[in-house]
Design a protein around this ligand. Structure first.
Ligand code: SAH
Length: 467
């Protein structure tokens, strides 16, 4: 970070502008909008600024800049077309530790002016650190479109209720939850649609109801699929709930860039889950979810891929239901879909594969329960999750039940992530490939003729392939 963003109070303070051209005029009106008292030093004024001086009662000193113009000023802006003057203003102001901005010359500035979206009392300031004002303006245009003008009204309404809510709900958590519900619910909608009075009444009613319930909120669990690793593959709903949670319970498959999108001040609990190395056993995870929700927390249970595909999501929600805890389930992109797309292997194809089966290589201790004759049938794709440790058995069984040893097969390691690797082989050679290349989990195994398509499609993919 090259600059520290701050918002400065200049109300009723004297602010100096050196220069009388159109740029000076724009800066003057910004300072005036923030309540500053504008003093302009310039021998001549352009028409635009002359009108403003009259309209807004700026003070105009019709002469060249002098050092004592800096006396008692809160901020200084140099906007002349004379570089030497701008340089002098900057040097003298900085010697006095006065914040100074020289238009179009970041090297002479002690502060820079951002691009502004004004939804008073909300202000959004965008800066590119002087690198590209045009880019900042483009971003501003994008944001302008997505932030309704009515946000300002909503913020004013919230401001009017702040002290009341503080008195009625003494706990910080209760207030946070209350405001989140208000800002995402009907009160916000009423305010956005211009029904100010109805919004105010609804807010008052919600406050009375929450206070009468003692300010306690009911806990809830969000069982959310985080996808295979690339944060771009999250759903909008997943992202919204990730921003809302008080606490997140996550496991090994949730990638780091995804964890960075979780609300910053949420408590984070790691429950591990490498194969046979559970940091917290499943029963322990269930207990944690129940306990946190009973404490009134919004609990985000974040899982790799989809929570209902080899994710034990079903077990977790059974436990929540037994304990009467509210929950929602948000699907995620499962590893098979993510790895297939990012490795150029369509899971089905009209010519080669009319069905696809997801199978787990990690079975309960009571032995091999897989239906090998069905899995070895032709014209289908079989995707093995958690199959790396038993790749030898999987390949041997498929071959023993009739699938050709030359059936194409792929290993996709860390699919969709920047360090994704794709290994292409055949059923007969796959176990050797795993050993040779030291393939590591998480890895997905894809078996079937569709793997051949990778040869055609790989040129479009950014990742490394090893064959
Ligand atoms: N619920 C998850 C699957 C959990 S089981 C989902 O829907 O994707 C864990 C197995 O998923 C791993 O052993 C591996 O086989 C597979 N897997 C998960 N993420 C992966 C990734 N990014 N790349 C390759 N395989 C992955």
């Amino acid at each position: 970070m090259d600059f520290l963003p701050v918002f400065m109070n200049i109300r009723d303070r004297d602010c100096l502008i050196v220069g009388g051209g159109p740029i000076a005029a724009r800066k003057a009106s910004l300072l005036a909008a923030a309540g500053g008292h504008v003093v302009i030093v310039a021998a001549v004024l352009c028409d635009e600024i002359r009108n403003e001086v009259e309209q807004h009662h700026y003070q105009w000193l019709p002469r060249n800049f002098q050092e004592n113009d800096l006396d008692g000023k809160a901020v200084v802006i140099a906007a002349t077309d004379d570089e030497a003057v701008n340089q002098t203003v900057s040097t003298l102001a900085q010697a006095r530790n006065l914040p100074v901005n020289v238009v179009d010359n970041p090297a002479l500035c002690s502060f820079i002016m951002p691009s502004i979206i004004d939804r008073s009392p909300i202000q959004i300031a965008i800066s590119t650190g002087g690198a590209s004002p045009v880019l900042a303006r483009m971003l501003r245009t994008q944001l302008e479109g997505s932030i309704p003008a009515a946000y300002g009204k909503l913020a004013s309404l919230v401001e009017r209720f702040r002290d009341k809510v503080k008195d009625a709900l003494p706990s910080v958590d209760a207030r946070k939850n209350f405001w989140e519900d208000i800002l995402e619910g009907p009160v916000a909608e009423l305010s956005f649609s211009g029904k100010e009075q109805a919004a105010e009444q609804a807010l008052q009613q919600a406050l009375t109801e929450t206070a009468s319930e003692g300010g306690t909120t009911k806990g809830e669990v969000f069982l959310v699929g985080a996808g295979p690793g690339d944060p771009d593959l999250l759903t909008f709903r997943a992202l919204r709930l990730m921003q809302k949670a008080d606490v997140v319970v996550y496991d090994r498959l949730v990638s780091k860039p995804i964890m960075e999108l979780v609300r910053r001040d949420a408590e984070k609990i790691y429950v591990g889950k490498a194969r046979a190395n559970h940091a917290v056993p499943q029963e322990g995870i269930n207990d944690i979810l129940v306990r946190l929700a009973q404490e009134g927390k919004r609990v985000l249970r974040l899982k790799g891929g989809d929570p209902f595909i080899f994710g034990r999501g079903g077990e977790e929600i059974s436990e929540l239901m037994e304990n009467g805890i509210d929950f929602q389930v948000v699907p995620g992109i499962t590893a098979a879909a993510g790895c297939a797309a990012y490795s150029g292997i369509p899971l089905t194809h009209r010519d080669y594969s009319q069905s696809v089966t997801f199978v787990t290589g990690h079975r309960k201790e009571d032995g091999d329960t897989l239906n090998w004759p069905a899995l070895a049938a032709p014209q289908q794709t079989v995707v093995f999750y958690m199959g790396l440790h038993c790749v030898e058995t999987l390949c041997t069984q498929l071959i023993a039940h009739g699938r050709g040893a030359d059936t194409p097969a792929a290993l996709v390691e860390k699919g969709t992530q920047p360090d994704q690797k794709i290994y292409i082989g055949e059923l007969g050679t796959l176990p050797e490939l795993v050993k040779q290349q030291d393939v590591k989990p998480p890895t997905l195994i894809i078996v079937g003729e569709v793997v051949e398509m990778h040869k055609k499609l790989k040129w479009f993919l950014p990742h490394k392939t090893i064959t």
